[in-house]
Design a protein around this ligand. Structure first.
Ligand SMILES: [Zn+2]
Length: 323
């Protein structure tokens, strides 16, 4: 079947991913895929176009093998320069979770950046000043369009009363066997100061050192809202993870791109938890975690009315307005 071709101005949602597996999950959330744009010689981004409900969405992924804040910023800046009608940014993919007494985070859960107080839901952990009172983030706060903040409230409220299409959105992705939960293996959280024993799996690691948790009786996606820590350094040590989180006032996950987008591309960051940012981290949960994050992004878009989205400032107007 011939794909529809829309005009560049019709696309209002910009969705950025870092990894091909995240782009694959994002592509599976599209209700319809549109014809690709002609490649622009000044813009090396490769876009995937389509719609989710009423919203026309443009997806872009970081170049193969690149991660971190600078490549993410470059992709987002090129995207908004070419697709000038974009109203919302979404940064969607995987992250390393920070389980704590405040946040009962398991693999496959989703963390959504929730602005509060001094920052916009994202804090850069490797760019700031350490003072006597802990870490001071020196970057500017992120500013999300009010409509997106209201949509976060609406989604959260819906979930409280059981209005939840996450499983439906997820199953459309996990129908592809690579994304299935059964491919991910066991969910093992070790004590933060217990380091991984050599090998590709945790088969050699002591089960005596597992954190005792009450297993959940459902596989429904659990969404956590709060602060996401971002930086170019990979966090893969339990003690460092907990120390950084405490210095930053408590974070829910670590990832590597959001800080690059804070200044130029106001966006909600949605991260599926694929490991615990400790020495036991491996990649087997990445596809399923990418799928849960993409399902959550689709759920968020579903509570935003198109008519309201059209009235919202574009990302550049929002940045100018912020001053
Ligand atoms: Zn291990």
């Amino acid at each position: 079947m011939e794909r529809r071709r829309l005009c560049i101005q019709d696309y209002t949602v910009g969705w950025v991913c870092a990894l091909p597996i995240e782009l694959a999950a994002a592509t599976k959330t599209l209700d319809e895929e549109h014809q690709a744009l002609p490649q622009d010689e000044n813009d090396p981004n490769v876009y995937t176009l389509g719609c989710i409900g009423e919203h026309n969405v443009v997806l872009a992924c970081l170049p193969a093998g690149q991660t971190g804040t600078s490549p993410a910023a470059a992709v987002a800046i090129r995207m908004k320069a070419k697709l000038t009608s974009i109203r919302f940014g979404l940064l969607v993919g995987i992250g390393g979770g920070v389980p704590s007494s405040d946040a009962n985070i398991w693999l496959g859960d989703v963390v959504v950046s929730q602005p509060h107080m001094r920052h916009g839901g994202v804090v850069q952990h490797d760019f700031g000043k350490m003072g006597l009172s802990g870490f001071t983030q020196t970057g500017p706060p992120n500013t999300l369009p009010p409509l997106l903040l209201n949509a976060l409230s609406k989604m959260r409220s819906n979930h409280y009363i059981g209005r939840n299409d996450l499983s439906k959105h997820l199953s459309a992705i996990t129908r592809v066997p690579h994304f299935a939960r059964v491919m991910a293996g066991p969910d093992l959280l070790f004590e933060s100061d217990y380091n991984h024993i050599e090998g590709p799996t945790c088969d050699q690691c002591s089960r005596e050192k597992l954190v005792k948790r009450i297993a959940r009786d459902s596989q429904d996606i659990v969404v956590h809202y709060g602060t996401i820590a971002s930086g170019n350094q990979v966090v893969k040590d339990g003690v460092t993870r907990d120390r950084l989180s405490s210095e930053l006032g408590g974070v829910l996950c670590f990832e590597m791109e959001a800080a690059g987008l804070m200044n130029s591309f106001p966006c909600v960051v949605i991260r599926g938890i694929c490991d615990y940012a400790d020495s036991h981290k491996h990649k087997r949960w990445q596809p399923y975690a990418a799928a849960t994050a993409a399902a959550c992004a689709k759920e968020l878009l579903s509570v935003i009315p198109l008519t309201e989205a059209a009235k919202t400032r574009t990302v550049d107007e929002a940045i100018d307005h912020r001053g």
